[in-house]
Design a protein around this ligand. Sequence first.
Ligand code: GUN
Length: 291
Amino acid sequence: MALILDGREVSKRIREEIRKEVSLYVSKGLRAPTLAVVLVGDDPASVVYVNNKRKASQSVGIRSLLYHLPKDTPQEKLLSLIDELNRNEEVDGILVQLPLPEHIDQKKVILRISPEKDVDGFHPENMGRLVAQMEDGFIPCTPLGIDLLLKHYRIDPKGKDVTIVGAGFIVGRPLSLLMLWRNATVSVCHIHTKDIKKFTLGADILISATGVPKLIKADMVKEGAVVIDVGISRLGDKIVGDVDFEEVKKKAGAITPVPGGVGPMTVSALLLNTLKAYKKRFSHLISTTKP
Ligand code: GUN
């Protein structure tokens, strides 16, 4: 039976560390780190994600400002809000929840966010830093959360065959770069891959990020593999992942549950990125006050 990789427990520890660090800075007279969250429309999943992110921020002492705009907000209006948040000295991080309504050009919006405040790590400047292995950029939250989860359980991707199913720009693509950074041998499968099983069966670490419920069956997984499930889908009244958990856990060496695996780690990574943005902003003051 597989070891369960408990994202809730690991997150609890990470958040406690963040909370302590934030309270130290605030006790020295600095303002609290501040994250601006922009939500356009009322997509139910996005509303839940945004609420989770805001609650988690508040629980560690990060101030969260919500900008909830109507679904039909013109693109120009969203872009000027981003300009304003870029200029605002009280704001350290900006997160625009995706997906955006169809009349808005997502790429234009991402390009408009100042790279120093891009705590999602989606701006090409931060993606470029990920390619170039520069530590000072922001790594997208889900890849960073997975990296931290693996680190916690001392699972080192170095020299391992890592297969990622899903090549989206929020998870699969940046995660493939991060796993390369960690010296893994990386395969990325996507909608045009002829034979996904060929790649999943060879994987020492298998990561699925497709949003297709129960796509990954036991016969696609190598005995003893580490299986990371990024999917979150609603199946009736249940939340399920990309992996057929009950069957795959009998074969895997380690596996993340859904919920309670990657999800909380993504939020913890966002908090870490926000703290990083804040510390950079106040680096002239913080270097002397850090314990
Ligand atoms: N939608 C799904 N995942 C994400 C994420 O990590 N960041 C943002 N901004 N939107 C998302």
